[in-house]
Design a binder for this molecule. Structure first.
Ligand SMILES: Cc1cc2nc3c(=O)[nH]c(=O)nc-3n(C[C@H](O)[C@H](O)[C@H](O)COP(=O)(O)O)c2cc1C
Ligand code: SF4
Ligand code: SF4
Ligand code: SF4
Ligand code: FES
Length: 634
């Protein structure tokens, strides 16, 4: 069915809205009572998360079991099973949500389905044991609106994730989908561009460059062919916001690419996505096919005379291929290596033609900025960083998942209010923002409002939105080494400072964690880091020393302990550990000696045993074997 005009789209939207009205109403209300067919609820919807995280925990089987059980109970006609994208609370997945009472079931197993159907869907009684339990109060919470994890969030880029069926274009249209495109195509493209500029939207891919300005530059270069590229490479370890958007709301990316094309006078879009994201690829393919079927992609879109086509290009998963020039080379079939800028892609990008590259999350903001107005968007956030930011909250935190908060929210609010605090009641030590390009921030940074400038001033960066929380058991030297190992492995090797300099830094860090470091090594690290930052060719090398520099600056005493006292206070650096037996606690049971692979423990039964430090290989076996707490590790 081809939609021939903006008016025809509006008629379809008005019909489609009915599809989602119950879900929309639930979004805006709170229901205390559970719905149930026997209690007179006429229709029920079951939303079962179809994001990659929940799929990995058998959510697809839950969907099958649901459909079978509903059939078996003769109620399939009255219950819709919907598979939306990620709800964000992946750690508690698979998530199953019941509409109209908004019950949010967590950690659902296929075995739980029968009870959900009989007890809740038919009988109208919630299954209490599957409700989220607040870690602080122990209280069971049935509606996600009342969970701390969601309370401080504001979902703009993630507005449709966990809400609509991403494989049904009508559900997207019902949420004002393609409305921004339709109105843009009837306006002067300069006006549309000016809205994006005045919204204050900045690139979410890392650098925070103003999106409207970028479009304006690309618009200025004239060429027979121009390109809009969506950067869906998402190589930061731990980051999965772009994947979730593509899995949960692929049409928002497609719509935004077309609006960008209209503004810069391009008719060809390319989505560069890593092949390791099969579900996101599938959802994009379905969305592109549906958009074509509705005439929202292709020739003479909505009868306005505007043509646009989108192709998907696959990356092989190299971190450096997320850098825009390397990405373009990779799409051209060349080695995925960066080149010096200028020329910027806006002037000479894909096939030497003007190319605008934007990140997935950046693009997902575009349609809603135009439908709700640039002033609305600009009213959210801080003076220089407008709107919201999606973070992948991970590490030693109670609530792990994908969150979206207004710019200016503090790290404390994210970690303690949304994240529920540090896991196991341990002491907070640091938070790494910005992935391998970012830095480790400490307690003293917890109250800074998160925006591009504040994070950079604190010695870290926004990056694409990775956020890893660390506790007292984390060794900051090992953390720096972990990130450097990643960048060394991912360096393309084109320029010397990154190829060789980072390797030398890693060797120094390895010496330190092996107990062979010296105080001079710390100075060498600092010198090397600043040279690499200043001389590396691309952003990968220029930012790779950040984890080392930030840990050196915020946790220098830990580095000094490693080199001067040969102590790792977090007990993470194996080579620095000393195992001994406390004679007062040892019962002489011999369990440790029997388990020691190095035969380093000797003694007589029922008398205290002793460890020979020269034979000990620090494997930790004795610690796990001793039931009397007699093994000391320092
Ligand atoms: C090593 C490296 C990796 C990058 N990886 C990504 C990525 O995975 N996704 C992304 O959108 N931007 C990535 N970028 C930033 C891109 O080069 C580019 O700035 C961005 O796609 C522009 O889009 P934006 O303005 O919407 O942020 C990376 C940059 C560097 C230096
Ligand atoms: S900085 Fe590293 S990744 Fe970038 S071009 Fe140089 S070697 Fe390649
Ligand atoms: S296992 Fe514990 S109690 Fe038993 S001999 Fe070893 S140290 Fe002593
Ligand atoms: S740490 Fe391993 S090698 Fe060392 S004493 Fe214990 S069991 Fe033996
Ligand atoms: S994948 Fe299901 S909640 Fe994230």
């Amino acid at each position: 069915m081809i939609i021939h005009s903006p008016d025809a789209l509006e008629s379809i939207r008005q019909e489609a809205v009915k599809l989602l009205s119950v879900r929309e109403d639930c979004n805006n209300s709170s229901s205390v009572k559970a719905a149930g067919l026997e209690k007179g609820t006429p229709r029920i919807q079951v939303l079962c998360c179809g994001g990659t995280g929940c799929k990995a925990s058998e959510s697809a089987r839950i969907v099958d079991c649901l459909r079978e059980s509903l059939q078996a109970h003769g109620v399939a006609e009255k219950v819709d099973v919907v598979v939306p994208g990620c709800f964000g609370f992946c750690e508690k997945g698979p998530i199953v949500k019941i509409i109209p009472d908004n019950t949010f079931y967590t950690s659902v197993r296929p075995e739980d389905v029968e009870e959900i159907v009989t007890s809740h869907i038919v009988g109208g009684n919630r299954v209490e044991r599957l409700l989220y339990q607040d870690p602080r109060t122990g209280e069971h919470i049935s509606d996600s609106k009342h969970m701390n994890f969601y309370r401080k969030q504001m979902r703009i880029a993630l507005r449709n994730c966990g809400f609509i069926d991403p494989e049904n274009i009508l559900e997207y249209i019902a949420r004002d989908g393609y409305k921004a495109l339709a109105s843009s195509l009837t306006r002067d493209s300069l006006e549309v561009l000016s809205d994006i500029k005045s919204s204050g939207l900045r690139g979410r891919g890392g650098a925070g460059f103003p999106t409207g300005v970028k479009w304006e530059i690309a618009r200025k270069f004239d060429a027979p062919e121009k390109y809009v590229v969506c950067n869906a490479d998402e190589g930061d370890p731990g980051a999965f916001m772009d994947r979730s958007i593509m899995e949960g709301d692929p049409h928002s990316v497609i719509e935004a690419m077309m609006i960008c094309g209209y503004c810069i006078n391009a008719h060809h879009g390319l989505i560069y996505i890593r092949a390791e994201y099969p579900l996101a690829v599938h959802r994009l393919q379905v969305a592109i096919a549906q958009a074509r079927e509705y005439g929202l992609l292709g020739k003479n879109i909505l009868g306005t005379g505007f043509d646009f086509e989108i192709e998907i290009r696959y990356g092989a998963g190299a971190f450096v291929c997320g850098e825009e020039t390397a990405l373009i080379h990779s799409m051209e079939g060349k080695r995925g290596e960066p080149t010096l800028k200028p020329p910027f892609p806006a002037e000479a990008g894909y096939m030497g033609r003007p190319t605008n590259v934007n990140n997935v999350e950046t693009l997902a903001n575009v349609p809603v900025i135009l439908t709700r107005g640039p002033q609305w968007f600009a009213s959210i956030g801080t003076e220089k960083s407008k709107g919201t930011k999606v973070f992948a909250l991970a590490g030693k935190i109670n609530n792990v998942g994908l969150i979206e908060v207004p710019m200016g929210t503090t790290l404390r609010e994210i970690i303690y209010d949304i994240g529920g605090g540090v896991k196991g009641g341990k002491r907070f030590k640091a938070v790494q923002t910005g992935g391998p390009s970012g830095g480790c921030l400490t307690e003293k940074h917890l109250d800074i409002p998160i925006d591009y400038e504040s994070l950079a001033a604190a010695g870290s960066m926004m990056g694409s939105g990775g956020m890893i929380v660390m506790d007292e058991d984390d060794c900051m030297v090992s953390v720096a080494k972990f990130f450097l190992e990643f960048t060394v492995g991912e360096s393309c090797g084109k320029c010397t400072p990154c190829r060789i300099g980072n390797k030398r830094m890693l060797e120094i860090l390895t010496r330190i964690t092996d107990g062979r470091g010296t105080l001079e090594d710390l100075d060498k690290l600092e010198t090397l880091a600043s040279v690499i930052k200043d001389t590396a060719l691309c952003g990968l090398g220029q930012t790779s020393p950040n984890p080392v520099l930030s840990t050196l600056s915020n946790f220098r005493e830990e580095y000094e302990e490693h080199v001067s006292s040969h102590v790792c206070r977090a007990h993470k650096c194996k080579a620095l550990l000393t195992y001994s037996i406390d004679p007062a606690k040892c019962k002489g049971c011999s369990a440790c000696a029997r388990g020691c692979p190095a035969e380093a423990i000797v003694g007589e039964v029922r008398k205290p045993f002793v460890i020979n430090p020269s034979l000990c290989i620090r494997c930790g076996m004795c610690l796990s074997r001793c039931k009397f707490g007699a093994i000391n590790v320092i």
